[in-house]
Design a protein around this ligand. Structure first.
Ligand SMILES: [Zn+2]
Length: 224
């Protein structure tokens, strides 16, 4: 048997794992039973500046740090399936599931090369499969390399993201109702900048959705 065939078969039987704790789970499960019990649905009323609505699947919890970090490092596993499924459910519940396009938050070229995949795009593809909405990961790009948001306070985050995104195909954006998809939202600076750029390119409306919302942004530097 060819090596390629063996690998294909191995991929078919390679078990799904819980993206939070790495426990083996059923092929169609999103999280293990224990983590399903720990995950907290996001019920807040956060709204990204300029957007028409916001949905997040879960509150960001330290237990999820590993899953989000693994996604950010490009170790994808079951996370896009699990988080994409949850985001699609929330969008349906909120009546925000009728859009023309899903736009994942783009990554800068060299970051994408280093990581091998854009986790937000993989999540968006799962949301798209669930809701029957096309994913457009080409019409807007991250054209400027920014500092890691994690190290910055809120005001610095806004300045850091300013001018970071460029719409390269305005004809694909103009007149469209768009849902922007991200993995983790903290202050919303990234989503606000992207929303503003999409509206500037003529989008009819922009909604924002993410896998996890940090509910308490601890601005360490200003607290000191
Ligand atoms: Zn788990």
């Amino acid at each position: 048997m060819k090596r390629e065939t063996l690998r294909e078969l191995a991929a078919l039987i390679y078990p799904s794992r819980c993206p939070v704790c790495d426990e083996v789970i059923g092929a169609n499960d999103c999280f293990c039973e224990k983590c399903t019990g720990i995950l907290v649905r996001y019920e807040g009323d956060f709204l990204v500046k300029g957007s028409s609505g916001f949905a997040a699947a879960y509150e960001y919890h330290p237990n999820m740090e590993e899953a989000v970090l693994l996604m950010k490092r490009g170790v994808i596993g079951n996370a896009p399936y699990a988080f994409g499924t949850a985001i699609a459910e929330r969008l349906r519940e909120k009546g925000m599931d009728k859009a023309d396009l899903l736009v994942p938050v783009p990554m800068f070229r060299s970051d994408l090369r280093r990581r091998g995949a854009n986790q937000s795009q993989l999540i968006a593809e799962e949301v798209g499969r669930r809701l029957g909405i096309a994913v457009d990961a080409k019409s807007v790009v991250k054209s400027v390399e920014t500092l890691p948001q994690k190290e910055l306070r809120k005001r610095e985050r806004e300045v850091n993201m300013r001018g970071a995104f460029t719409v390269t195909a305005p004809e694909s954006i103009s007149g469209k109702t768009i849902i922007v998809i991200d993995d983790l939202c903290t202050t919303g600076s990234t989503l606000a900048e992207l929303t503003s750029v999409l509206l500037g390119a003529g989008a009819a409306a922009v909604y924002c959705a993410c896998a996890c919302k940090a509910v308490e942004f601890k601005d360490k530097k200003t607290e000191e």
